[in-house]
Design a protein around this ligand. Structure first.
Ligand code: FAD
Length: 431
């Protein structure tokens, strides 16, 4: 039985990141009859694409079924790092792996350059991240990953249990891998800034506009939306973890939407926050059902997240599970109350790589499947797609890679809970 987490009197089930941030809420305006490009999804991917399309002088609308940037892009952990779900050693074993890896570094550095380029402040802090080994078997394997990092000149080192004492206030881990380049950021400030930049460049942003259907019409498309029909020459689908297979079945068979949840503690005494994470680094553990955590940008709270289930669950249940996991890792936080809890959707793929390109059958352009590591890649993919559609750049190196469909059990919701048990067994064995 998981204990109910203690909460503050001000507790709300909304993202901590939304506090004090002016998220874009454009006044409803009529949809145009026709545009050059229609972007489905108003998160980092869609807005980054729209920014470049507008800059390229083309007429673009961004359509989101909810408010603009109310999805994962304003709810995530704000942890930016090179790479994706696979370790660098996996990348380097692939024939085109070095090229792909370098593109993830370019994506990361692109976020670094965004603040001065767009004139926005999103609390970017280059602090490094640590992958914390939850099992001795994983700790032993981290040496090879560190060697792969150093072989390409990337700053990374293995941390022993003794080294960890000055890095984290927890005795739960069997070692760690410190990757120096990584950074923390404020996801909602970034999302709001990107939306303002896209609108400022001329993109029309429409919230509360669900795209219900897409039809090829001559050289272009006709979109059926909850607010009427719209014609466009091109369509970019940027729906990631909220992808609905009814829009394009091909995408629905390739994206597994999974909930990821976070809690924010109440304000901590500075010495308690520093005892948890003295260098304000980004932390992940190495489980399949991973936990990720960090301090808030002002170092006053712990923000702790994880995937609590492959099957649908609730914010309340996830809050209680996350609080109990947080206290198990950091006993000094026992009794600390939860002030905010929230969730969002990430998109898993069968090969755990993101995918971008043009679907040959429908002609639709897509960019998605970031597997929970999309802060940097989504912005990079979106911008690259936007430039490419305007004839001023190429698609990312990830484009054109074969995209396997999900194994059939992953497409059957009732079997997902069973798959989740399998992952927990693997976690216990350090596999
Ligand atoms: C809790 C959480 C923590 C995370 N932590 C990290 C992290 O620390 N680091 C990291 O790199 N990544 C993290 N991620 C992942 C990261 O947030 C995503 O990869 C990224 O935000 C994807 O952006 P996106 O624009 O592609 O998708 P989203 O931001 O999800 O936007 C997709 C949009 O499409 C809209 N949409 C869907 N269907 C339709 C339709 N039919 N019509 C109109 N609109 C539609 C949705 O409403 C949504 O707004 C996290 C995600 C979550 C949920």
């Amino acid at each position: 039985m998981v204990q109910v987490a203690p909460v503050t009197p001000e507790y709300e089930a909304v993202p901590y990141w939304w506090d004090g941030v002016e998220l874009p809420r454009p006044a409803p305006s009529p949809l145009p009859e026709a545009v050059d490009v229609a972007v489905v999804g108003g998160g980092y991917t869609g807005l980054a694409a729209a920014l470049e399309i507008s800059r390229g002088g083309r007429h673009v609308v961004v359509l989101d079924r909810d408010d603009i940037v109310s999805g994962a892009s304003s709810r995530n952990g704000g942890m930016a790092h090179p790479g994706g779900k696979h370790p660098v050693s996996d990348f380097l074993r692939m024939p085109d792996g070095r090229h792909l890896w370098d593109e993830t570094v370019e994506a990361f550095e692109g976020v670094d350059a965004l603040a001065p380029e767009l004139g926005i402040d999103f609390d970017w802090q280059r602090c490094g991240h640590i992958e914390l080994a939850h099992h001795p078997r994983v700790a032993a394997a981290q040496r090879a990953v560190a060697d792969a990092y150093t072989s390409i000149g990337e700053g990374a080192r293995v941390l022993t249990v003794a080294d960890l004492r000055s890095e984290i206030g927890s005795g739960r881990f069997f070692g760690g891998l410190l990757v120096e380049r990584s950074a923390g950021l404020h996801p909602a400030k970034l999302a709001a800034g990107l939306a303002r930049a896209a609108a400022g460049a001329g993109a029309a942003l429409h919230g509360a506009t669900t795209v219900l259907g897409l039809q090829r019409r001559g050289q272009g498309f006709e979109l059926e939306t909850s607010r009427g029909a719209l014609r466009s020459d091109e369509v970019v689908v940027a729906t990631n973890g909220t992808t609905d297979g009814r829009l394009l079945r091909w995408l629905g068979r390739r994206i597994l939407p999974v909930g990821s949840y976070m809690i924010a503690t109440e304000t901590l005494e500075p010495d308690v926050a520093a005892s948890v994470n003295p260098h304000a680094r980004m932390f992940f553990d190495t489980r399949n059902f991973l936990h990720y955590w960090r301090l808030s940008p002002d170092r006053s709270r712990v923000l702790f997240g994880g995937r609590t289930s492959l099957a649908p669950t609730t914010v309340e249940r996830s809050r209680d599970l996350l609080h109990s996991a947080m206290v198990a890792i950091h006993p000094q936080l026992a009794g600390v109350r939860v002030d905010r809890a929230w969730g969002g959707q990430v998109a898993l793929t069968a090969d755990r790589f993101p995918h971008v390109g043009r679907h040959p059958g429908s002609g639709v352009v897509y960019a998605m499947g970031y597997c929970g590591s999309g802060v940097a890649l989504s912005i990079h993919f979106g911008r690259a797609v936007g430039r490419w559609l305007c004839g001023s750049g190429s698609l990312p190196a990830f484009a054109g890679r074969p995209w396997p469909a999900l194994p059939w059990p992953a497409q059957v919701p009732s079997l997902l809970a069973v798959a989740g048990v399998g992952f927990r067994i693997r976690d216990a064995l350090g596999r």
